[in-house]
Ligand binder design. Sequence first.
Ligand SMILES: [Zn+2]
Length: 348
Amino acid sequence: MKINKRNMHLILRLLLVTINISLFAINGTALAVVSAASKEIAVTFDDLPNRSLFETDKNNPTKQLTARHHKILRALKKYKITAVGFVNEKGLYNNCDGNKAEQNKPSQYNPDPARVAILQVWLDAGHELGNHTYSHLTLNRVDLDEYVADIIKGQRVFAPLMHKYGKTPRYFRHPFLHTGRSIFIHAALEKFLAQHGYIIAPPTIDTDDWMFNMVYSKAKQVGDHKKTQQLKNEYIKFTANKFDFYEAASQQMFGRSIKHIWLLHAIDIDADCLDELLQLVKDRGYKFITVAEALQDPVYKLKDTYTGPTGVAWLFHWDYSDKKIVDWKKEPIPSGEVREIAMMDKDQ
Ligand SMILES: [Zn+2]
């Protein structure tokens, strides 16, 4: 083509369009990266290995439990997530109570190797374990001495296991999210935890999975597929509503999306829904990060003076301790049978 003045003009216009498209693409990508990076979440599971509420295989409950954990780990692998699992070592014993019984006949009360193996597969998969006390005590009801003794007792099996992987336990989570009824207890516990190499890993997103699980695992046990499906749908929808609420609260309190820590449990409903739950969160624009990365967010350094009786996620703690600007009455709560049964078994 002969390049005359008219053609040159056309070429210049085309070049400009191309440059604009390129700039738009760069900006578009940059915006997408920024927006993806601005929503980050770490995933945690409490109550490992977790005793089944309603076993479907009475003859071999540990086999059922192991399968549940493998299912959780498969979903985590699919989304390339490195999670933290918080352990209650009491659940490693088949005879339920490793407390009094083991004092009399310790040899008969060794942990079930198959349950210890569950912790091992978490570590094999690159995840980390944390301390959730030995017997899932509530700090709102026992004194601090008993509570910290339970923390020490709760690391006898999993800490040496972690050492084999070159890791040391570093995260603690309060059972029931009960943090004690005074700021003096908060401070004393934090001092104890620091002396023993632990820091608190506070969840900012709590999707009330255990409430749904009370009804779900019972329906699953009796093979009520219609009901389990309905509960799964309800739970996933509820999770989305909870994310809506916490995202709005984060914006209201901090003007941005904080680095969240999500509390889940090693329970049936999470194992069965995890793939969909993680996809839902990914579709909302979240990037999955580790707890260590989440804790880099300065919000985790904020003061926490909440001493109320209810176990609640930390956005509430921080709001309560500061401006009290979020309308927490609007926080979604499960309805109907899920709520009723969960309320009856609140401290189970
Ligand atoms: Zn727990």
